[in-house]
Design a protein around this ligand. Structure first.
Ligand code: MTE
Ligand code: MO
Length: 404
């Protein structure tokens, strides 16, 4: 690893120097020999992580865990794929226990031929796999309120990114034959909440999937096993889990989830409705709330960015509370509608400062400041908070959320 400086390139040792304790070669060799004498454990049918790894989801404090959520530990992840066991969860009535051999997907309503598909039927069709992130529109909801002691996990952890495998919904709609009057469809889950949402036919025909695979294996029960709708770039709520029914209709059905919930109340008393797209957003995950910088000097600022409108075009980082902005390095490949990791090398002089990142997507949309968002939407809209996040680094190296 080398970092660029004014004078060219600096070697790794020169930067990290005092961080690593120098060992005598004889000591090192002794340790290696000891490790080699201990017999390890054998093969296992299904893997588990090292017992030294303790990273977990954060469970929202709630009286009913069946109607609750859990958050992805963004600050502890490497790369862009969220391990399935750490994908955030949001359940309205718990995780149902569904036997895939009896589960069916019914597609009916304004169609030529209503059809019922088993999992086996679906798996015989041409499948596709796509890497997409999924974000709950309630993500960062607490950031409409007071600033304070938070972590990237608690402020931004309701976004995760997986490889999803399934059938394009357009293909299933071709099989049933959509009648010309159909303009929307209603998707329904098989959980106790019977969660249902109206989806415009245009999006259903665009890139919506009926997914059964996640990160190389079957969906996790929490993610909708054995079948979920996956509507890329749109608020998580519409990606109906435990999908059992799709009805073609000629208007949106004004379900609970698109009237009393998942609408955004504006200062004039009107509410925005069908705010499907998750706009461009980013968050610095290192250094972030709850972490501590242990020394002055070089630190790698790292984070993730994404946009529900396509690819991330660039991410800019400010290390002085938004006065100056610098272009961060983006990890390739940069995939549309998926998490993109960014990195920026920063030298901390030990003074208090504020770190920020902003995402600009391929449509030219720029992630707004918190003030701009509040000016446009007020403080009561609840959902869709994609404001620039500010982490204050104090002189003692502690990091916390502030509003600037
Ligand atoms: N059937 C059903 N589908 C559902 C939900 C639910 O409770 N029941 N929750 C929705 C919400 S609000 C979100 S944000 C996403 C969360 O998906 P995940 O738990 O796989 O992260 O699923 C959506 N689909
Ligand atoms: Mo959600």
């Amino acid at each position: 690893m080398v970092l660029q400086t004014r004078r060219g390139f600096l070697k790794l040792g020169a930067i990290l120097g005092p961080t690593f304790a120098a060992l005598q070669p004889s000591v090192l060799f002794g340790q290696l020999q000891d490790a080699a004498r201990t017999l390890g454990h054998g093969v296992s049918a299904y893997g588990a992580r090292s017992r030294f790894e303790t990273v977990v989801r954060l469970l929202r404090d709630s009286r009913h865990s069946e109607a609750s959520s859990s958050q992805t530990p963004l600050q502890d992840l490497h790369g862009t794929i969220t391990p399935s066991a750490l994908h955030f969860e949001r359940h309205h009535a718990g995780v149902p226990n569904i036997d895939p051999s009896t589960h069916r997907l019914l597609i009916h309503g304004l169609v030529e031929r209503p059809l019922e598909f088993s999992l086996d039927d679906l798996k015989r069709l041409p499948t596709v796999s796509r890497i997409y992130s999924l974000e709950c529109s309630g993500n960062s909801r607490t950031l409409w309120g007071e600033a304070g002691a938070t972590t990237a996990q608690s402020t931004h952890g309701m976004t995760s990114c997986s490889e999803w495998v399934g059938i394009p919904l357009s293909l299933l709609l071709q099989e049933v034959g959509v009648r010309p009057e159909a303009t929307w469809l209603v998707a329904e889950g098989a959980d106790a909440s019977r969660l249902n949402r109206s989806l415009p036919l245009t999006k259903a025909l665009d890139n919506t999937l009926v997914a059964f695979g996640q990160n190389g294996e079957a969906l996790r029960p929490a993610q909708g096993y054995p079948l979920r709708l996956f509507v890329p770039g749109w608020e998580g709520n519409i990606s109906v889990k435990w999908l059992r029914r799709i009805e073609l209709v000629d208007q949106p059905y004004m379900t609970r989830e698109e009237t009393s919930k998942y609408t955004d109340l504006l200062p004039d008393g009107n509410a925005r409705q069908f705010t499907f797209v998750m706009e461009a957003k980013s968050v610095i995950t290192h250094p972030s709330g709850g972490q501590q910088l242990s020394s002055l000097g070089s630190h790698q600022i790292e984070g993730i960015a994404w946009s529900g409108r396509g690819r991330v075009d660039r991410v800019e980082v400010s290390t002085n509370g938004g006065e100056d902005w610098h272009r961060a390095e983006l990890q390739t490949p940069i995939l549309p509608l998926a998490h993109t990791r960014f990195r920026f090398n920063w030298t901390w002089d030990g003074r208090e400062t504020v770190l920020q990142s902003r995402c600009i997507d391929e449509t030219g949309y720029t992630q707004p400041t918190r003030d701009a968002l509040i000016a446009a939407r007020g403080l009561q809209s609840g959902y869709h908070n994609n404001a620039i996040q500010s982490w204050k680094v104090a002189a003692d190296g502690t990091v916390e959320n502030v509003y600037v």
